[in-house]
Ligand binder design. Structure first.
Ligand SMILES: [Fe+2]
Ligand SMILES: [Fe+2]
Length: 306
């Protein structure tokens, strides 16, 4: 990336009030609402894990500009995690249990921790670095989707029309920052890989793990909430199996444009295969900054800092 394209990543200390947010915050669209709400239960643990892994990776970064990007990334993700944790209280206020959080914590804290299942050898010097770099690579693959979904949200023109203003702002603020920092995870993984070939092969192998897991966890998160919906029609979503959820994602996404389609995710995964792939081409920073300039929560945070 050229110096002209670089810009300093800054955290925005936003706050949201969901006191008047309805359960189906996307009007007449329980499917999109539940699938998107599942994210409130996955991200707090996931993004804190990003921060822990990146704090460990920081001493390995020898490029000053990249180090600043990594620090900016950590600060932004820490706030994302906190705000989605708070959004869980909106789900609980509507009588929904957020027990699914424990599944996310098990994934990020136990399976992807420093010594999963007590495998202490991963803390030994020879293995520690490899395990760390592998997790940096997993984050790069996950961040490909957050960047792609971020650009989708920046292009979206139905949420503001159909959705609750506070919840729409939470997701759009978060996803605008995902577009803003979309290159950091990829650049960090490349920086820590010894060879271009090793980088290419491992990022393909990691995506082969991340893509199905991403679909599974998003679908399960949404299902766990839909099962508890007071509306029996919406509870049907909770009984759908993964292939049916993906089919529905395609149908509802095409019809309402409130949720990204499955084909959008497939195309994004296919682009990752190219050796010339770089996330800079996956989004528009100016468009993200334009949203952040008009986001009510980001504006209030800027006013507090002024
Ligand atoms: Fe984030
Ligand atoms: Fe991110």
């Amino acid at each position: 990336m050229t110096t002209a394209q670089r810009h300093l990543l800054k955290p925005r200390k936003v706050e949201f009030d969901f006191a008047s947010t309805p359960l189906h915050w996307l009007r007449n669209d329980p499917f999109s609402t539940h699938i998107i709400n599942g994210i409130h239960m996955l991200l707090p643990a996931g993004e804190l894990w990003f921060c822990r892994v990146y704090n460990q990776a920081l001493p390995l970064v020898t490029d000053e500009a990249l180090r600043e990007d990594v620090k900016g990334f950590i600060r932004q993700e820490a706030i994302h995690s906190r705000q989605h944790s708070k959004a869980q209280t909106y789900l609980e206020a509507h009588g929904l249990s957020v027990d699914y959080v424990q599944r996310a914590e098990w994934l990020f804290d136990t399976i992807l921790g420093d010594a999963p299942f007590g495998m202490k050898f991963l803390k030994q010097r020879a293995w520690e670095k490899q395990w760390l770099i592998l997790r940096v690579g997993l984050i790069a693959a996950i961040e490909h989707f957050t960047g792609v979904l971020g650009q989708w949200a920046m292009d979206n023109d139905t949420w503001e029309e159909n959705g609750d203003a506070a919840m729409v702002d939470l997701f759009k603020w978060h996803l605008a920052e995902e577009v803003e920092h979309r290159t950091v995870a990829f650049d960090l993984f490349e920086h820590l890989c010894k060879s271009e070939l090793g980088f290419y092969v491992s990022r393909q192998a990691l995506m082969a793990i991340v893509f199905p897991l991403f679909l599974y966890f998003i679908s399960e998160g949404g299902r766990s909430l839909a099962k508890q919906d007071p509306d029996p029609e919406a509870r049907r979503i909770g009984r759908m199996l993964l292939p049916r959820i993906l089919l529905e994602l395609q149908k509802v996404g095409t019809r309402t444009r409130n949720v990204p389609t499955f084909s959008l995710l497939l195309r994004a995964t296919a682009r990752w295969v190219s050796p010339r792939f770089h996330p800079i081409d996956e989004g528009d920073t100016e468009q993200a900054l334009a949203y952040l300039a008009r986001s009510p929560a980001a504006q209030a945070a800027a006013a507090m800092n002024a």
